[in-house]
Design a protein around this ligand. Structure first.
Ligand SMILES: Cc1ncc(COP(=O)(O)O)c(C=O)c1O
Length: 379
C-alpha cells in the first residue's frame, strides 16, 4: 500500500468541473488582477475568520511582510517570534531590516511560550515593535496570554495563521484574535490555491486600508505613491478557484479532525502511547490539523523506514530559525532555545488530508509499530 503525505489529486477530481467553469469565466472576462472574485473572496474570508476586513495579497509571506509594514515596523525595530516555524515568519521581519527576536516554544503545543514572550517584552520594552505568534500545524497559540502581555506593552500582535485557517481559540477564529492575521493559500494549506496566494485579516479599518495601499506600490490614487510598497496582489484566477474551495473547507476540516481522532485511538490501541507522542490540543482550542505531528525517538530512522514502505512523512522543521546560516549575524547559538531544538529532532508529520482512508491510517500506524518492534524500543 502506498500512502502519500498529501494527495491533492483526490481532492481536485471532486471539484474539477466546478473549478474549470470558474476559470473559464475569468478567462472569458480577460480581467485577471484585483477584480470581482478577489473582492468577493475578501468578504467571504473575512466572514469565515470572523474579522471585519480581509485583503488579498500574493502569498502568505507577503501577508506577513505587508502586515509588518502596516503597523510601521522598519529598520532596527525588534519583532518577537518563535524559532520553530516556517522560514517566512522571520524572513519577512529581516527583509524589512528589522530584527527577529526569538523566544522559545511550549513543548506540548510547539507554539510560542507566553512566559518567554513576557520576559522578552520586559527586557526590550521600547524596541519591540510587533509580536508574531505562529499558529503551528493548525492550532492557535495561547492568544489570551499573548494579547494581554502585548496590550500591557502596547505592541501589535500579528497572527501567522498560514497553517490555521478556521482554527479556534476560546471560540474566536485564527486571524481575528490579534491585531492582524496572515493567511497562506499555498497548495498544501487547508485552503490552497493553484499557485501562490495569501490574505491579511484585521478588525481595524485603518490597517486594512494600509495593506490595500501597500499591495499596490503604496498608492491610493493610481500613479501617486504615498509610500514605497510592493506589487503583491491576489489574482482573479486564484480567487475564483479559492471561492469554489472555500465552500468545502468546513467539511474538509471535519475530515482532518476525524482522521486525527482516529490516529489517536489507533496509536493507543497499538500500544504505542509511550513511544509516539500524539498531538496535544490545549483546552479551549480547536485545531484544524494542517499537520498531524507526532513526537518520536529515532525519528530519522523511522522516517526512512516509512519511506521504504511508501508511507510519506515530513519534518516541519528540521533546523530552528536561530541556527539558520542566513541568521548567523543575529548571534544566536546552539542551546539558546532547547525546547525548539529538541522538537526539531523529534517531530514527524504523518498523512492527515481529509480524503485519507481508514485502511491507509491503519497501515501507517502498523508500519510505525513494525519499526519499533524490529529496531527495539527506545527507553
Ligand atoms: C507558518 C507559515 N508562515 C508563513 C508561510 C508562508 O506562506 P506562503 O508559502 O504562502 O508564502 C507558511 C507557508 O508556507 C507557513 O507555514
Amino acid at each position: 500500500m502506498k500512502v502519500q503525505l498529501l494527495d491533492l489529486a483526490s481532492q481536485y477530481r471532486k471539484i474539477r468541473k466546478e473549478v474549470m467553469e470558474e476559470v473559464k469565466k475569468v478567462c472569458d472576462s480577460q480581467h485577471y488582477v484585483l477584480g470581482k472574485n478577489v473582492s468577493a473572496l475578501e468578504g467571504e474570508i473575512a466572514a469565515y475568520c470572523g474579522a471585519k476586513y480581509a485583503v488579498g495579497v500574493a502569498s502568505g509571506t507577503d501577508a506577513i511582510l505587508l502586515a509588518l509594514m502596516a503597523v510601521g515596523v522598519g529598520p532596527g525595530d525588534k519583532v518577537v517570534t518563535t524559532p520553530f516555524t516556517f522560514f517566512a515568519t522571520a524572513g519577512s521581519i529581516a527583509r524589512l531590516g528589522a530584527i527577529p527576536l526569538f523566544v522559545d516554544i511550549d513543548p506540548r503545543t510547539y507554539n510560542i511560550d507566553p512566559d518567554a514572550l513576557a520576559a522578552a517584552l520586559k527586557k526590550n520594552p521600547k524596541s519591540v515593535k510587533a509580536v508574531i505568534p505562529v499558529h503551528l500545524y493548525g492550532q492557535c497559540a495561547d492568544m489570551g496570554a499573548i494579547n494581554s502581555v502585548c496590550k500591557k506593552y502596547k505592541v501589535p500582535v500579528i497572527e501567522d495563521a498560514a497553517q490555521s485557517i478556521g482554527a479556534e481559540h476560546r471560540g474566536k477564529r485564527a486571524g481575528s484574535i490579534g491585531d492582524m492575521g496572515c493567511l497562506s493559500f499555498y497548495p498544501t494549506k487547508n485552503l490552497g490555491c493553484f499557485g501562490d496566494g495569501g490574505m491579511v485579516t484585521t478588525n481595524s479599518r485603518r490597517l486594512a486600508e494600509r495593506v490595500r495601499m501597500l499591495r499596490v506600490h503604496g498608492s491610493r490614487v493610481r500613479y501617486y505613491h504615498d509610500e514605497v510598497g510592493a506589487n503583491s496582489r491576489l489574482d482573479e484566477l486564484q480567487a475564483a478557484i479559492l471561492r469554489v474551495k472555500l465552500k468545502r473547507l468546513g467539511a474538509w476540516t471535519e475530515g482532518r479532525i476525524r482522521n486525527a481522532v482516529r490516529y489517536d485511538s489507533l496509536f493507543k490501541k497499538a500500544g504505542l502511547s509511550g513511544l509516539v507522542g500524539t498531538p496535544f490540543i490545549e483546552e479551549g482550542n480547536l485545531s484544524v490539523f494542517n499537520q498531524y505531528v507526532v513526537r518520536v525517538k529515532k525519528r530519522d530512522e523511522l522516517r526512512q523506514y516509512l519511506a521504504g514502505l511508501s508511507v510519506g512523512s515530513e519534518i516541519y522543521y528540521p533546523l530552528p530559525l536561530h541556527l539558520q546560516k542566513c541568521f548567523k549575524y543575529l548571534g544566536y547559538r546552539k542551546g539558546d532555545f532547547p525546547v525548539s531544538e529538541t522538537a526539531a529532532r523529534e517531530v514527524l508529520a504523518l498523512p492527515i488530508y481529509p480524503e485519507l482512508k481508514t485502511a491507509e491510517q491503519s497501515f501507517v500506524v502498523e508500519s510505525i509499530r513494525a519499526f519499533y518492534n524490529t529496531t527495539g524500543r527506545p527507553r
